[in-house]
Each structure stands twice: as structure tokens, then as C-alpha cells.
Ligand binder design. Structure first.
Ligand code: ZN
Length: 401
């Protein structure tokens, strides 16, 4: 994609208005769709240079593996954080448009979008009348469904939590088979949706591989596979929303390790389990849900020896680095440590230490629940919320979008 003042392969300089004149079809889309692409392009580069300044050039693990196996030499695209070209096949079909002079309006069960007009939608959440629309993103999924994600802005009173009790702090340790293990003894119990659909997926994907590329039957079968993937995705998202809700209702602060999940999936032969769990998504959900009530998600250093340290006496046992050790007895205090529970307790302890250094006072350990929590500091913040609407059938197709 060309950015503002970018030079193309023939050495010509383009500006947004020139591109619209050169490529007629560009004037069919609305102005902001184009502006947002240029903004994203520039943003990607500025974020990349910031990353290079702070961390230096780092190559992706997968690229280094490729070199090891005698593959293609390293390029700039193998550097972590380097902007990638848009892929025609794997990219999400979407565009974002902003509001000017109220050109995006919601009335009953319809939404008005510039250049397209009124569209019938299915509402799962009703926006309040005082909420202001900021922008809307229209997305087409691989199964041909259309969604409109509308960003609203409104004022909200969020009381910042400055005092809490250790009972309101939860340490979460990532566990591959169970999603997580909590310091309160809870377990994620992830139902492994991908594994449940794997057999069906395998069958349908095999069928797809036998069809002639881009033929009618191929297109039909591709939809079957895409629908199966979509089902798993929805199941996972629903489960993680429910879990994060129940966690954030009972706890003010959640402590997790700052793990690089993509790296972990590539290195430890845990790829499918790591990708299926969606622990990163759970972290994101918890993070914004806690921020909405004044709490916070605390990330501790990924090199913190959470599994190796005994929670009773602080002895660091290097023999526990082996992932197969599920239970171990501390040689110093003879305490029997269950691997994940011990790690979660250590993570919580480290989180409490970080909280107290950041000016959040923790009440008496003997105190229980809410009794120790003091009045919150009231603060009015400008909050924003994204509400997803599903489009009935696909009226956009008629418009040639
Ligand atoms: Zn010990």
C-alpha cells in the first residue's frame, strides 16, 4: 500500500487526491476509509522505529529457525515489529470510517453509513442516548457475514482503587492444559474447543484439498471449513468473556507473567494448545474489565523464577526447570509444592510487592474481603466503548463493497 508522499516502483510521487484521480474506483469509497489506511501505515512505521530505538533489531524465532534449516536468507521482514505487506488471502476484509457532521447515525434497528446508506442490523447491546459515535469499522468475515463495530465516547466515573487487601489480589500462572492456575486454587478448566472440532476439521479440510482450486465445489467446501473455524473462535471468545467476568467481579488486581505466547507456541511443541487456549485474549479482557472498575492487570517480568522458587521459604530449586516435574519437596523447609499452585502463589507475592512500591497500600492480611477497603478516589475519565452489531444478510454486497 502506498503512503502519503510515497514513491512507487516507477519513481512517481503520489498524494491521496492524486491516487483518487488515477484509480477511479478509489472515489467509490468514502474519504475516511482512505485516510485511515494512510494513518495506519504511518503509525506502523513510527511504532517500528520506536521499537528499534528501545530494543534494537531482533529477528523472529521462526526466521532464525529457517536459517538453521538452510532456508532463505534473513530480510528486513524477519525483524520483529517490521510492517508487513497486506496479504490478499489472510488479511481481514475491513475498513474504518470516522464521523463528520453526524454522517453515521443509529435509528432503531438501522445504521446509516456514508456512501452505503441505511443498513438493517441486529443489536445485542443498546447504546445510551448520551454516547457519542466516534468511528465505525465494517468487517466481512471469511464466512461472508458482515459486522459493524461502532466506537462510542462517553464520560464515566471510575474510582481509582488505592487501597486493597491481599484477598483482592489474584496471581495467575499460565498452564498449557488448563489455561491457568489461580493462587486461590481455582483452575481455568478450558474445554479445549479446537481439539473437540479437530476431527471434523481434519475431514473437511481433506475434502477441500482434493478439490480443484477456485472451482464451485472448492468455494462451497471452503465455506464449510471457515464455518467450523468460526464456531471454535466464537466458543473460545464466549468462554473467555465469562471467565474474565467472574475473575474481575471478585478481584481488584490480577498478576500475570509477561509471557511471549507466540514464542512459546513456536518453541516448546505446545503450538496447538497455546493457540487454542487464548491466554493472551484472556489477559486483554481482564485488563480492560479491571481498568473499568479502577483496578489493574499487573505484568511481572517473564524471567521471574515463579516455578522454581519455594513459596514457603524462598529457596530457588533449579531442578524444577524441567516441565515434567509436577510436584517437588523443598530441600530447605520440606514443604511439598505442587508446581502450578506454587508458581501462582509466587506470582501473587511478587505482584503484592510491586503494588506496594507503586503506592497502593495493602490492608491487614488478617482482614477479610471488603471490610478493609477504603473509600476510592473519584475521577471522571473519558471512556470509550466498542459495540459490535451484526448486519442482517449482506446488503453491502449489492453496493459492490
Ligand atoms: Zn522451602
Amino acid at each position: 500500500m502506498l503512503g502519503e508522499d510515497q514513491i512507487d516502483d516507477k519513481g512517481r510521487k503520489y498524494k491521496p487526491q492524486d491516487i483518487k484521480q488515477l484509480f477511479g474506483y478509489m472515489s467509490e469509497c468514502d474519504k475516511f476509509a482512505f485516510d485511515n489506511v494512510i494513518f495506519n501505515y504511518q503509525d506502523a512505521w513510527s511504532r517500528y522505529w520506536k521499537l528499534i530505538k528501545t530494543q534494537g533489531k531482533q529477528y523472529k524465532k521462526s526466521a532464525l529457525k529457517r536459517i538453521k534449516n538452510g532456508g532463505k536468507p534473513l530480510t528486513n521482514f524477519d525483524i520483529k515489529g517490521h510492517p508487513q505487506f497486506k496479504s490478499k488471502h489472510s488479511a481481514t476484509d475491513s475498513y474504518t470510517t470516522n464521523v463528520t457532521n453526524g454522517n453515521i447515525r443509529i435509528k432503531g434497528n438501522t445504521i446509516r453509513i456514508p456512501k452505503i446508506g441505511s443498513i438493517k442490523i441486529i443489536k445485542h447491546q443498546c447504546p445510551q442516548p448520551e454516547w457519542k459515535i466516534k468511528k465505525a469499522t465494517i468487517t466481512r468475515t471469511k464466512t461472508g457475514k458482515y459486522y459493524i463495530s461502532v466506537c462510542f465516547e462517553f464520560e464515566k466515573h471510575i474510582g481509582k482503587i488505592t487501597q486493597t487487601t491481599p484477598y483482592k489480589v489474584l496471581g495467575l500462572d499460565y498452564s498449557s492444559p488448563n489455561l491457568y492456575k489461580g493462587s486461590d486454587g481455582s483452575s481455568g478448566d478450558y474445554p479445549k474447543y479446537y481439539r473437540k472440532s479437530e476431527e471434523k476439521l481434519e475431514k473437511e479440510q481433506k475434502k477441500l484439498s482434493h478439490q480443484k482450486l477456485k472451482s464451485g465445489r472448492y468455494k462451497k467446501q471452503r465455506l464449510v471449513v471457515a464455518r467450523l473455524h468460526e464456531k471454535v473462535r466464537h466458543q473460545r471468545k464466549d468462554f473467555l468473556h465469562k471467565r474474565s467476568c467472574s475473575i474481575t467481579k471478585t478481584f481488584d488486581f490480577v498478576v500475570v507473567e509477561d509471557l511471549d505466547l507466540r514464542n512459546m507456541g513456536q518453541c516448546l511443541r505446545l503450538g496447538k494448545a497455546t493457540a487454542d487456549n487464548g491466554f493472551g485474549m484472556l489477559r486483554n479482557f481482564i485488563s480492560y474489565k479491571l481498568a473499568n472498575k479502577g483496578g489493574a492487570l499487573i505484568k511481572i517480568d517473564k524471567w521471574f523464577p515463579s516455578s522454581q522458587r519455594c513459596n514457603g521459604c524462598g529457596f530457588v530449586n533449579n531442578a524444577v526447570k524441567d516441565l515434567n516435574v509436577r510436584e517437588w519437596e523443598c530441600p530447605q523447609c520440606n514443604r511439598l509444592n505442587e508446581r502450578d499452585e506454587n508458581a501462582a502463589a509466587n506470582i501473587k507475592q511478587e505482584g503484592i510487592r510491586l503494588l506496594s512500591t507503586n503506592g497502593i497500600t495493602l490492608g491487614d492480611i488478617s482482614g477479610k474481603g471488603d471490610s478493609c477497603r477504603s473509600r476510592c478516589q473519584e475521577a471522571t475519565l473519558l471512556a470509550s466503548k466498542e459495540v459490535d452489531f451484526m448486519v442482517c444478510r449482506s446488503p453491502l454486497r449489492k453496493q459492490g463493497v
